[in-house]
Structure formats: C-alpha cells, structure tokens
Write a protein that binds this ligand. Structure first.
Ligand SMILES: *Cc1c(COP(=O)(O)O)cnc(C)c1O
Length: 367
C-alpha cells in the first residue's frame, strides 16, 4: 500500500519549558507525561484517509454518541523510540507494529492504515518532539513510548462499522516499566476470568481485551500478586499469556518454550524477536501448547529453570511465584532473574539502544 497521508504541522504555542521537560525526563515513570504534540488523521467512508496533522497535544472533541464509547471499536499499538549514543533516534521493527495494527483493524472492522503512513506518522511526530526522547546514557532504560491508536468517532448508535474513524499517535517518555528494577513478578492464575476466547479478539491489540483482563488482574492483586496469567478459555488447562505480556519458559536442556499462537494469544513483537534471537544465545526456540500442570511439575522437578514475561513496555521481566485458588508454585527467579532471562533482556536492549550490531535489520531511524 502506498502513502495516502501527508502531515501538516501546527506547532504548540505553549510547549513545555526546557527545564520542566528535563525534570520530567530525569524521572519519567510510565505513561503519565506526554509530549507537546500529537498526530491525528481522519478516515471517512468514501474519502479514505485524509487530514493528517501534527498538532499541539490536547483533548479530542467527541460526540457523546461516538461509536467507540458504546461499542469499543478501537485498536492500538505500543512501541518505543530509543536515542542512540550519537543522538540519532530509532525504533524497533515498526513494520511489525504496522502489520499487526492492520490485522487488528480488520478484526475490529476498522479501516487499514498502510505501513508507509504508519511509519510516516511516527516520523512526523518525532520531527517536532525529538527533544522528548531521553538520552539513555550509562545503560539507563529510558525511551519515548509511542502509542498509535485508532477509534470509531462517528456519532451513530446503530450497530455497524463506523463511517468515521480517527487515527492518532501520542508519545510518553518512559523509564523502567516496573518501578523497583528487575524484580520478579508474582503471578495469579485467573481461573474465573478469561481475557480472550476462541474466535474472539485475543490476537488483535484492542482495548476491549484489556478491559476484560482487569477483573482477573484485580483478583490477583487482592491475592498479593503483581499480574494475572490467563488460561485458554475452553479447557482452562493451557497457559496463554498475561494481560499485556507473553510468557517464556527456559528448560534444563536448553529449550526456550513459549505458548503457541492459538488465535487467542496476542503475537508480541518482543516474543517474535526473542524466538529469533534464541539460537544466537544457545537456546532452542519452541512454540508449543503448555499446560498449567507442566508449569507446576516442571518447576518441582527442576525441568523448568527460568520463566519470564516479555513485551515492549517492560522488555523482559522475570516471573517469580505462581499462585492460584488453593495452591502455589515456587519461584525459579532468584533476585534479578535467571542467567538466560538476563542475557535475553540484555541482547534485546543492546540492539534497541544501538550498543550491539543490528544483524537482523530490526531498527528504523526516525530522526
Ligand atoms: C501488546 C501485547 C503484548 C506484547 O506485545 P509486544 O509487541 O511485544 O509489545 C503481549 N500480550 C498482549 C495481550 C498485548 O496486548
């Protein structure tokens, strides 16, 4: 698909003062500060994509009947911009995010935005907001989190795909996702709540999946866990993923196993990249259906040596204890995660921050 959009820029008349921005970048947290600008574009039935803009960050004016508020016709992406040591700004495998958003859009009956327009939107935003990409000196894991999203803005309460849709990109400077460093996360097995089911939207990146994961997440927190892990919704025996991260298991005999994509698991770019990196790190990648019992027995027997979760925001996070109603499995993680967990994490970060050669061709320059 060729480009349909150009982006006209209107600069903010009241950008964040330099000193204030620097203060935010020194301790950005996650997801609570936003840059001075945003991208918007509109799609209408008949006209297609048009009216691409970079404009001052600010609220949308939405009709109360906007379809997204009622029927959740919405998709999003999550990616990061990394500043390299020479000051240049790069992102990781954006073509994968563009393709995934296209698949998500098809599943949610939203229009597809082509890869060229998707990447052009990121570049257009970085043109004006590049000062918001923190420098990652001294191995700091700071970046600018990019959030492309699309939603049904048409004011219409009938149930059908909306005839007017807005695409937007906002950006938020990010420190480490989980405050407190590489601490293992304890997981709660959500047995009463599923995040996705057969034929549902589990493999689309849509807000609705997150809404449906929150009850399980809350239950987990009430049980003293950090996150919930979801099982397949029909047999409740196979491990799928967390609310927003995929899972990996390292075995004693050097395999790196992750739940196979069954249709209700979101295919993470991090997951795909780790599977591709595994051989470089002396591990044999394997996608398989993995049962909860294999987790319990594998940890007990020592067959499973490490477990970790992965996603763009948190990169790679060691998994500690697993708990459910009536039992638990001990952690394999130790203090800062196992040896392979840390090696995989470091290998990814080194590529993303330009500290290792990008032999896979995964980086795209944004500014
Ligand atoms: C976004 C997401 C992931 C991680 O995907 P990445 O592309 O690696 O960031 C995993 N699971 C779910 C449900 C997600 O929404």
């Amino acid at each position: 698909m060729t480009a349909e959009l150009t982006f006209a820029t209107t600069r903010s008349e009241a950008p964040t003062p330099d000193a204030e921005r620097e203060k935010i970048l020194a301790d950005p947290g996650f997801g609570s500060h936003f840059t001075d600008h945003m991208v918007t574009a509109t799609w209408t039935k008949g006209e297609g994509w048009h009216d691409g803009r970079v404009r001052p960050y600010g609220p949308f004016s939405l009709d109360p009947a906007a379809a997204v508020l009622h029927y959740a016709q919405e998709v999003f992406e999550g990616m990061k911009a990394y500043r390299h040591e020479d000051g240049s700004i790069w992102t990781f495998r954006p073509e994968r995010n563009a393709a995934r958003m296209a698949h998500s859009s098809e599943r949610l009956a939203l229009p597809v935005l082509g890869e060229e327009d998707f990447v052009a939107a990121l570049r257009a935003l970085l043109q004006v907001d590049s000062a918001w990409v923190p420098s990652a000196t001294g191995g700091a894991e700071t970046s600018l989190y990019l959030r492309p999203f699309m939603f049904a803005s048409e004011a219409f309460l009938g149930v059908r795909p909306a005839h007017e849709v807005i695409f937007s990109v906002i950006a938020s400077p990010a420190g480490a996702y989980f405050s407190g460093g590489l601490k293992p996360v304890n997981l709660w097995v959500s047995q009463d709540y599923a995040r996705a089911g057969d034929g549902g939207t589990g493999q689309a990146k849509c807000g609705g999946n997150y809404a449906s994961s929150l009850a399980g997440q809350l239950e987990g927190i009430a049980q003293g866990c950090d996150q919930a892990v979801f099982l397949d919704s029909s047999t409740h025996t196979y491990i799928e993923e967390l609310g927003g991260m995929n899972l990996f298991f390292v075995t004693r005999d050097g395999r790196l196993r992750t739940p196979a994509l069954t249709g209700s698991i979101l295919e993470g770019v991090t997951r795909a990249s780790i599977l591709e990196l595994a051989p470089d790190l002396g591990l044999e990648p394997e996608e398989a259906r993995i049962t909860l019992d294999e987790w319990k027995d594998g940890v007990a027997s020592g067959e499973i040596t490490e477990i970790f979760a992965c996603g763009t925001a948190a990169v790679v996070t060691p998994v500690g204890e697993l708990r459910w109603d009536g039992g638990s499995v001990a952690s394999t993680a130790g203090e800062g995660g196992g040896e392979h967990t840390r090696a995989i994490r470091q290998a990814l970060l080194d590529i993303q921050y330009g500290r290792a050669e990008d032999t896979h061709g995964w980086l795209t320059r944004l500014a």
